[in-house]
Ligand binder design. Structure first.
Ligand SMILES: [Zn+2]
Length: 265
């Protein structure tokens, strides 16, 4: 993971080759990080939080297609596309951290760590799916009186942070719950299964460093290995791994959704 390879390294300088991301990259970015040491790398929803010395934080949103890749000694050259390497951060050990984003939908800026809670997108975020607050009773309470499909609720960042479309289908398959079920009809028992399945699927995804869908790459630039664990996602018409019934696909909230019509109730 990124954290293991860059924590303790310092920034020598940053080279911004393309400023025009979703929000223009500030000319202050390079001077703001220069000489600072990386203390911690965390994640909040779709943001990477790179905590620096001096109470500053490098905030990175990967957008639709972005990646942050550590390229050091022994880095295996992959299918990289230098045209879309927009920012290069040189580190004190001679390695580089590269922000690549073909669609330029991401965001990268330096903010005081103390101001993190003021960032509107982070202010209203629900609990982390792997954190202690995301429990069966929390999810069950959050579904009461809600009529939207459970999959849409699970992908609502205000309910739980960071469950993406692919994972939502996989989680509900593991939990044996149909994605289109009205959230308010979910039982306490089912809420518990969804919470457990969320933890299992996300841990597996982290362990295998993400999926290879779109141009997502993991922090080391290796294609993710999660794709091999997919049970229903992108498998329309193929047999369910449990019961052989053909997997179905429906749009929910304009996102492709996959489920087994027999296993999932
Ligand atoms: Zn099935």
């Amino acid at each position: 993971m990124l954290a293991l390879t860059v924590v303790g390294r310092s920034f020598r300088y940053a080279t911004v080759k393309e400023r025009r991301l979703r929000f223009s990259v500030s000319p202050d970015l390079a001077p703001a990080i220069q000489g600072r040491t990386i203390e911690r790398v965390g994640r909040r929803a779709k943001y990477l939080l790179v905590e620096l010395t001096g109470g500053q934080m490098l905030l990175v949103h990967l957008g639709m297609s972005g990646s942050l890749t550590h390229r050091g000694q022994g880095f295996a050259p992959g299918p990289f596309d230098p045209r879309h390497d927009h920012i290069e951060f040189a580190l004190d050990d001679g390695s580089i951290l590269v922000y690549n984003d073909p669609r330029r939908f991401g965001l990268i800026k330096v903010v005081p760590t103390a101001d993190l809670d003021k960032i509107s997108e982070l202010k209203h975020l629900g609990p982390e799916p792997l954190g202690p607050e995301f429990t069966a009773s929390y999810l069950w309470q959050a579904t009461r009186g809600r009529t939207l499909p459970i999959k849409n609720l699970l992908m609502d960042q205000r309910i739980v942070a960071g469950v993406g479309n692919i994972y939502a289908s996989e989680i509900l398959f593991r939990a044996l719950v149909r994605p289109a079920r009205r959230s308010g009809k979910i039982t306490r028992n089912e809420a518990g299964r969804i919470v457990t399945a969320t933890r299992d699927i996300l841990r597996q995804a982290i362990g295998s460093r993400g999926t290879t869908f779109r141009s997502y790459r993991d922090a080391r630039g290796e294609p993710g290995k999660f794709a091999r664990y997919l049970r229903v996602y992108d498998r329309e018409g193929k047999p369910c791994p449990h019961c052989n019934t053909p997997i179905r696909s429906i749009p929910l909230g304009q996102r492709s959704t996959y489920y087994c019509p027999r296993c999932q109730k």
